[in-house]
Design a binder for this molecule. Structure first.
Ligand code: PAF
Length: 280
């Protein structure tokens, strides 16, 4: 697997792949890879001749009081996992390569980026949209793969690709979970042993709220029960909401497919998760 850190070298590598008539799948990541990322690589390999992964811990998507400095960085292990998973090229620019002096352009996807994560983390999705647009322009993939774990991020990226007519297919890959249901996340590494056990309550609250809604409990009552259960289990809840999967606007009834989304803190660690809910 080639590791490239400089934009001109990346351009040459991409041109060589394109010149050979081969398709490219892009797996954008911030590193600290786990089985969730490797599922994206595996899906990319199924769908394209070449898989390019990127590792870039994007300062633009972290707020001033967030975990940028302590975000796990372990490029050597990540590169070994990617190579083992059959990735062809790793694009690993540093901050200066990604945002050279004078970089002044920001992408903002109004609407879908504003509720939920957008309300709790102002500017977060501007940073995500900007870096993903840059990664798509840099790598020029036929398709790019994103996990459903970051469901609102996926919706923001789909909206950006649509609005800017970017010639790329966005592929969503289902959330990978541990045996007890907790969604895989690089931030799970922050949890103590006790917190890791307690964290099982997060996916459980989603499943129970979905079952209640499908069983006829009103949406708001099911959400209230879910919030109460999470508080009892020691979570500091940011939101538990039932939303339209494309716009992320709240839905008041389960009269069409929707998405249950949650963000809550356990100790200092903020976890997010989501599941689909279909009418019974
Ligand atoms: O999901 C992530 O890891 C990041 O938000 C992404 C898409 C790589 C952009 O930095």
């Amino acid at each position: 697997m080639q590791i490239i850190r400089e934009i001109n070298a990346l351009r040459r590598a991409v041109q060589a792949i394109r010149g050979a008539g081969e398709t490219i799948a892009l797996v954008p990541t911030m590193g600290a890879l786990h089985a969730g990322h490797m599922a994206l690589v595996a899906e990319g390999k199924e769908r394209a001749r070449r898989v390019v992964a990127s590792i870039f811990v994007n300062p633009a998507q972290f707020g001033p009081n967030e975990d940028l400095s302590r975000y796990p960085r372990r490029e050597a292990e990540d590169a070994a996992m990617l190579e083992e998973g059959g990735c062809d090229l790793l694009w690993a620019p540093d901050v200066v390569a990604m945002y050279p002096d004078g970089h002044a352009t920001r992408i903002r996807v109004a609407g879908v980026s504003q509720p939920l994560e957008g309300a709790s983390r102002p500017g977060h999705f501007d940073g995500v949209a900007t870096v993903v647009a840059k990664l798509l322009n840099q790598v020029q993939p036929n398709l790019a793969l994103f996990g459903e774990k970051d469901f609102q991020q996926l919706a923001v990226i789909r909206a950006m690709v649509r609005d800017l007519d970017l010639p790329v297919e966005i592929v969503a890959v289902p959330t990978q979970r541990d045996a007890d249901g907790l969604a895989l996340s690089s931030r799970n590494a922050y949890l103590s042993t006790g917190q890791r056990l307690a964290a099982r309550a997060l996916p459980r609250a989603l499943v129970e709220a979905a079952l209640a809604m499908r069983g006829g409990t009103a949406v708001e009552a099911a959400l209230a029960e879910g919030r109460a259960a999470l508080s009892k289990d020691g979570f500091d809840i940011d939101y538990l909401a039932f939303c339209d999967p494309a716009t992320l606007q709240p839905l008041e009834a389960l009269d069409r497919p929707g998405r249950l989304l949650v963000a809550a803190k356990l100790g200092g660690t903020r976890l997010i998760d989501n599941i689909a809910v279909e009418p019974a």
